[in-house]
Structures are given as structure tokens and as C-alpha cells.
Design a protein around this ligand. Structure first.
Ligand SMILES: CC(C)(COP(=O)(O)OP(=O)(O)OC[C@H]1O[C@@H](n2cnc3c(N)ncnc32)[C@H](O)[C@@H]1OP(=O)(O)O)[C@@H](O)C(=O)NCCC(=O)NCCS
Length: 389
């Protein structure tokens, strides 16, 4: 009989970390790594499944907040470290963990990154945001004109304090973006010290610091230099353009790799838009509406005729019901539905990445008036979550 417990002490956290890492085929955390990993264990949010005294499965969440379409910021749970011991898989362990976690999360919405696309739909998570992996031919990348502000390199001591402040000030710039918790920064700052050539650069304009980028350059045996952008954020178009002027005018660099939103206009910065090549598009945000009425009311909607949507949620039946969505907002109603949708697919359309009409074409939802629903749920910008967890 699987029992789910909330873990409370460091020894259990370390066992949790070891179990999760082994499920991912990684080694356990080393003594050197552990002090940096430990702050990411938030009391009350770490769950494990037990068979008798043996820990056999893990999950946890980090308390955060998320931007929804229209710009409101709502409490959000970042779910992570989901793993089951290899000798206990396919016996319902993760199902028990997910049921307990979803029933006890204080936040109205949860997101996660999925190792495989078939795992989380059954738990009500839908694929709600994708990202483009871009490669820029740095030798041909020319941005005409001069920078408007200036950039400066900062040392790790400065960036440890400054970057969290800057991210809090302007990192929540799109639907799907989430705030970062202290344990996230502890891991990220550690990642910066792992390699001696990680570089942090801050941009300032007339109103002070308004952009930053963290990157790392590696060199192969043929002296080819590749840059990975690990973190980039900006408050305004001048800061964005100036950071890219800096990055593309660096000596020796052959290519720059970066993740960007589907609608990121980066190619328009360059004289030759072909220097930006989309190498891949992959799924990023898997979103679970924990409190569907609250989340439907939290976002804004586009113009269009109202539609009534009937939601079905096997794990959280409090979400079941009909919701009237119009340009003025969303509310629970007792009316005939136009569209019937399971909660994971409502999660998929929530941030605007997926359309009702596409789900209908794929025979994933039933009803009518999909174009009206598309118009209501469409947003001016594509979602993105630049915070990996
Ligand atoms: C993925 C994982 C967490 C699933 O745990 P589990 O305890 O085996 O899952 P359950 O037994 O509760 O399975 C529930 C259902 O999901 C299905 N399922 C689980 N994992 C699946 C997978 N990777 N692919 C397809 N189906 C899967 C099961 O077949 C089962 O279906 P059923 O209810 O129709 O019988 C576990 O296999 C694991 O730890 N994998 C390696 C680490 C990993 O990928 N973690 C996720 C990180 S995001």
C-alpha cells in the first residue's frame, strides 16, 4: 500500500534528491553539491511515496508566481523532481503522488517541465507553451547603428545580488513567466561558479540598470567558438538591442545559441534576417489549472462573442462545470455549453499557445463556436517561461 508523506528533515531531503536523480539516471548529489541543493527543499512542499519504510517515489514544488494573459500575476507552484524508483514503476506510485500534491497545493495553478510527453496529461497538465531554439551566425550578424546605452561586465559577487533584483523588476514580461525563489537562485549562482568562463553583463539606460545577460563560451578542437545564452532579460527595446549589439560584436564568436519565444522578433535586428536560424521548437510549459474558476477569472480576454465552456476534471472535481467567457471576463454559469473540454486541454489553451479550433480539428474536443473561443483566448504575445526548474 503506497503512503504519501510530507518530508521534514535534511536526511529525508537528501534521500529524496538521490531517488529522483537515480530515476533520471544521474548520480546522487555529492557532498560538495548538497549545500547548494538543500535550500531548494522548501518545508511543507516536499512529498515522497513510501512502501512500508522504503521511499519509492518523489515530487516537490516551489512557491512562485506566474504572469497570465492580460498581465496579472497569480500564485504559482513550480512542480519538479518527479521520480519513481526503477523497481517500483507502473504500480501507481506517481499517480498517488500527483493526486496528493494537486489536492494540497495552495496555489491556483501549477506548471512543470516534462521529461516525456505522455506522462502528465492524465494528471490534468496540458502543453501550454513552446519555445524556439535559435542559432545565430555571429560572423555575419550585423546590427546597424550605435548602442543607446552602455553595458558593463559584473563579477559574481555583484551579480549574485543584482540579478535577482533585476529579474524581479522586469523578468515577468510575458504570460508564462514565473518569479524565482531563493533556492532557484542558489542553484543558478552555483552554476555560475562551476565554470570559470561564465560571464554576466548588465545594461544601463537613462533610468539605470534595465537589462542583463549571462552567457558561456566553449571552444571546439577546430577553434570554433559557440556561445550559450543562459539567462537574458530586458526592460525596454533599447536594452534588448544593446545587449544583442554587445553579444554579436564580441571577438572570436562563431555562433550564439539561445532559447526565445515563438514570436521573438530577434531576426529583425539584423541587416540579414537569415543569420537567425530556428534549429528546433520544443515544449516548455506544462500547465495545470488547480483552481479553474479562479484562473479563468484571473486573465483577460480578447474581443468576440461570448462562449460557454464545460470543463471536466477527473482528479479535482471542484473544477467541473460550465463557464461563460466573454470580453468582460469569465464566470461559472448554469447554461448549455458550446464547447466541452478536459481540464488538461483548457490548460493547453490558457496562455494562448494553442487554439480551440486546432484541438477540435484533431478531434480532442467537441462542440461548436471554436473560432469565437480562439478570438477570446488569443493574446498579443506568445507565452514563455525563461526560468528552468
Ligand atoms: C515517469 C514516472 C514518474 C511514472 O511513474 P509511475 O509510478 O511508473 O507511474 P504510474 O504507475 O502512476 O502510471 C500512471 C499511468 O501513466 C502511465 N505512464 C507512466 N509513465 C509513463 C511514461 N513514461 N510513458 C507512458 N506512459 C506512462 C502508466 O502506464 C499508467 O497508465 P495506466 O493508468 O493507463 O495504467 C516514472 O516512470 C519515472 O520516474 N521515470 C523516470 C524519471 C522521469 O522521467 N521523471 C519525470 C520527470 S519530469
Amino acid at each position: 500500500m503506497t503512503e504519501i508523506r510530507v518530508l521534514t528533515d535534511e536526511a529525508q531531503y537528501r534521500a529524496h534528491s538521490t531517488l529522483f536523480r537515480r530515476a533520471m539516471h544521474w548520480g546522487p548529489p555529492t557532498d560538495e553539491q548538497w549545500p547548494i541543493v538543500l535550500p531548494s527543499y522548501e518545508p511543507g512542499r516536499v512529498l515522497a511515496a513510501f512502501e512500508g519504510d522504503e521511499m519509492v517515489g518523489t515530487t516537490q514544488s516551489f512557491g512562485s508566481s506566474m504572469v497570465v494573459p492580460g498581465g496579472a500575476v497569480v500564485p504559482h507552484a513550480a512542480v519538479s523532481r518527479v521520480g519513481v524508483r526503477a523497481d517500483y514503476t507502473r504500480r501507481g506510485v506517481v499517480s498517488a503522488l500527483m493526486q496528493e500534491q494537486l489536492s494540497t497545493l495552495p496555489e491556483p495553478v501549477a506548471t512543470l517541465r516534462a521529461s516525456e510527453g505522455r506522462i502528465y496529461g492524465r494528471f490534468g497538465y496540458g502543453l501550454a507553451g513552446r519555445v524556439r531554439f535559435l542559432r545565430i551566425d555571429a560572423k555575419k550578424a550585423v546590427i546597424p547603428g550605435s548602442p543607446a546605452g552602455r553595458v558593463r561586465m559584473v563579477d559574481p559577487d555583484t551579480s549574485d545580488k543584482l540579478l535577482p533584483e533585476l529579474h524581479a523588476a522586469f523578468g515577468l514580461d510575458r504570460p508564462g513567466q514565473i518569479s524565482r525563489w531563493p533556492g532557484w537562485w542558489a542553484r543558478a549562482l552555483d552554476r555560475k561558479t562551476e565554470a570559470e568562463n561564465r560571464v554576466m553583463v548588465v545594461h544601463s539606460g537613462p533610468d539605470g540598470d534595465d537589462g542583463y545577460v549571462c552567457y558561456k563560451v566553449s571552444e571546439d578542437k577546430d577553434f570554433k567558438h559557440s556561445m550559450e545564452i543562459e539567462d537574458i532579460a530586458w526592460a525596454n527595446a533599447d536594452a534588448w538591442r544593446d545587449l544583442w549589439i554587445y553579444l554579436t560584436r564580441l571577438d572570436l564568436i562563431d555562433e550564439i545559441n539561445v532559447d526565445a519565444a515563438l514570436d521573438d522578433p530577434l531576426n529583425w535586428l539584423f541587416e540579414d534576417p537569415r543569420v537567425v536560424c530556428t534549429k528546433d521548437v520544443y515544449d516548455q510549459i506544462w500547465l495545470r489549472l488547480v483552481d479553474a474558476p479562479r484562473m479563468l477569472a484571473a486573465r483577460t480576454y480578447g474581443v468576440g462573442e461570448p462562449v460557454v465552456i464545460e470543463v471536466h476534471d477527473k482528479l479535482l472535481p471542484a473544477n467541473d462545470g460550465c463557464y461563460r467567457v466573454s470580453a468582460d471576463g469569465a464566470e461559472r454559469v448554469d447554461q448549455q455549453a458550446d464547447i466541452t473540454i478536459p481540464v488538461e486541454l483548457l490548460g493547453a489553451v490558457y496562455l494562448g499557445d494553442t487554439k480551440f479550433s486546432d484541438l477540435a480539428a484533431a478531434k480532442r474536443i467537441e462542440g461548436s463556436r471554436f473560432a469565437e473561443a480562439d478570438a477570446l483566448f488569443a493574446g498579443p504575445v506568445a507565452p514563455l517561461c525563461s526560468t528552468f526548474f
